[in-house]
Design a protein around this ligand. Structure first.
Ligand code: HAM
Length: 429
């Protein structure tokens, strides 16, 4: 029988990698709670228009990368390509905005789907974690959200991260800028890629994101948003920059940063991971301030602002590995049981249950074995203590306990084992 491989761009997440994901996600959850966020879980499948309306039909994600299909009832359904749109749809559906306690602050983590060319850290099914802070228009919330993303990555151990920020200004600034971009590209578009033709028509900002080298060169010389900002947007951006400086957050201003989704306005940001040699591994995090999504779903326009970010868990993990940050996450075993002789297996069964009951992790095999292979297994499992017992120990109600790091062994009475383990291993967490 031929083997069946996973679908292109998907992968199984196993053991160390899965443990690391759990660590990344639980750290994110606890930091999110410290910032006053609550958890939200929205469906993976949504009506396609949720993403058309929110992310914008001009974005590459919506135009080219969505997994969209007709269900058996002929409804157009899409697997979410990102987290923001579903959260915003949920806020409107559930009238979550009807509260005096704005802003609404939600964090989430779940799978997302994009039909992209798979490469390192880029998948067709990936896990995205993120936050949305909705309903209050505040430069402080913008800066706080950027600081949150930055501090989270620092807490994961990243040292060489680069925060890039830019502003896309308010609506009037963006319209003026789009007009300038259309004029700039008008006599250049004939030599540009087919996507850019479409981008020029739908949203010329997207051209600045084009990865085709020749188009990218032309985009570099294009007018800059900074020259089209309204005085209000300029002042707001300057204030954001000042607030980040006050928290000692290092950043680089990048006037070409436009982000790939259409809902952004005012500040946008990305966090990139940089090797000591200066290699840029691309964005681990992207986000910014947005407007207009709630009303596109029929929600109230008075509070239709938000700020948030998203990060790919696979991407975080692959970069943690690259920079040696996952080593400390490898799970350890507190105690490994080594029953010698068939009569000891029964004792192993009860000891495993009793020691796990104390809160320690136990590696137990219900097979009598040879000491040599037990010790090899102990090494692979990074066990701290080995409990060795055969007929003699069972008769005396004792076990031999070997400290695998100090390589010291002593006989301990079963009645004293709890105290002994607590002294050796510390109180269980
Ligand atoms: P995004 O920049 O499209 O923004 O995605 C955010 C992050 O998701 C990226 O920086 C990357 O880490 C991860 N990501 C995206 N595509 C893939 C992929 N194919 N494989 C692995 N990871 C991927 C958003 O999605 C916005 N919703 C972020 C946001 C939230 N803005 C405001 N609120």
């Amino acid at each position: 029988m031929p083997t069946i491989n996973p679908v292109k761009g998907t992968h199984d997440v196993i053991a160390d990698e899965a443990d690391a994901y759990a660590f990344i996600e639980s750290l994110f959850f606890s930091i999110a709670e410290s910032y006053g966020y609550r958890h939200i879980v929205t469906p993976v499948i949504e009506h396609t228009e949720v993403f058309d309306r929110a992310a914008g039909e001009g974005s590459d994600v919506v135009r080219k990368e969505m997994y969209t299909f007709l269900d058996k009832g002929d409804r157009s359904i899409t697997l979410r390509p990102e987290g923001t749109a579903g959260v915003m749809r949920s806020i409107v559906t559930n009238k979550l905005y009807a509260t005096p306690d704005l802003p609404l602050k939600y964090y989430y983590c779940g799978t997302a789907y994009r039909y992209e060319r798979p490469q390192l850290g880029r998948y067709r099914e990936f896990r995205q974690l993120g936050v949305e802070c909705v309903g209050e228009n505040s430069v402080y919330l913008d800066a706080e959200t950027i600081a949150f993303a930055y501090h989270f990555l620092e807490a994961l151990g990243f040292e060489s991260i680069k925060l890039k920020i830019n502003t896309l200004g308010d609506k009037a600034s963006r319209e003026a800028y789009k007009t300038a971009l259309r004029a700039y590209f008008a006599d250049k578009i004939d030599g540009m890629c087919a996507d850019c033709h479409e981008r020029l028509r739908l949203n010329p900002l997207r051209i600045l994101d084009c990865k085709v080298p020749e188009d990218h060169e032309l985009a570099k010389m294009a007018p800059k948003i900074q020259d089209y900002l309204s005085p209000e947007s300029k002042a707001r951006y300057e204030k954001t920059v000042e607030l980040l400086r006050r928290l000692d957050i290092a950043f680089e201003e990048d006037p070409s940063l436009v982000r790939g989704l259409d809902y952004y306005g005012e500040v946008v940001f990305e966090v990139h991971c940089i090797s000591p040699e200066g290699k840029d591994y691309g964005a681990i995090c992207g986000g910014g301030h947005y407007e207009g999504i709630l009303s596109s779903f029929g929600g109230p326009s008075e509070i239709d602002v938000g700020v948030g970010f998203g990060m790919g868990v696979e991407r975080i993990y692959s970069l943690m590995k690259e920079f040696g940050l996952t080593e400390r996450l490898v799970s350890q075993t507190d105690v490994i049981l080594m029953p010698l002789g068939d009569g000891a297996v029964d004792t192993a069964y009860f000891l495993a249950d009793a020691i796990r009951g104390l809160g320690y992790s136990v590696e137990a095999t219900y097979r009598s074995g040879k000491l040599g292979s037990f010790f090899k297994r102990a090494e692979r499992k990074k066990a701290k203590l080995a409990l060795i017992f055969g007929e003699d120990e069972i008769a005396k109600n004792t076990v031999q306990v070997k400290d695998l790091q100090a390589q010291q062994q002593e006989e301990v009475a079963l009645a004293a084992l709890t105290e002994y383990l607590r002294t050796k291993l510390g109180a269980a967490e």
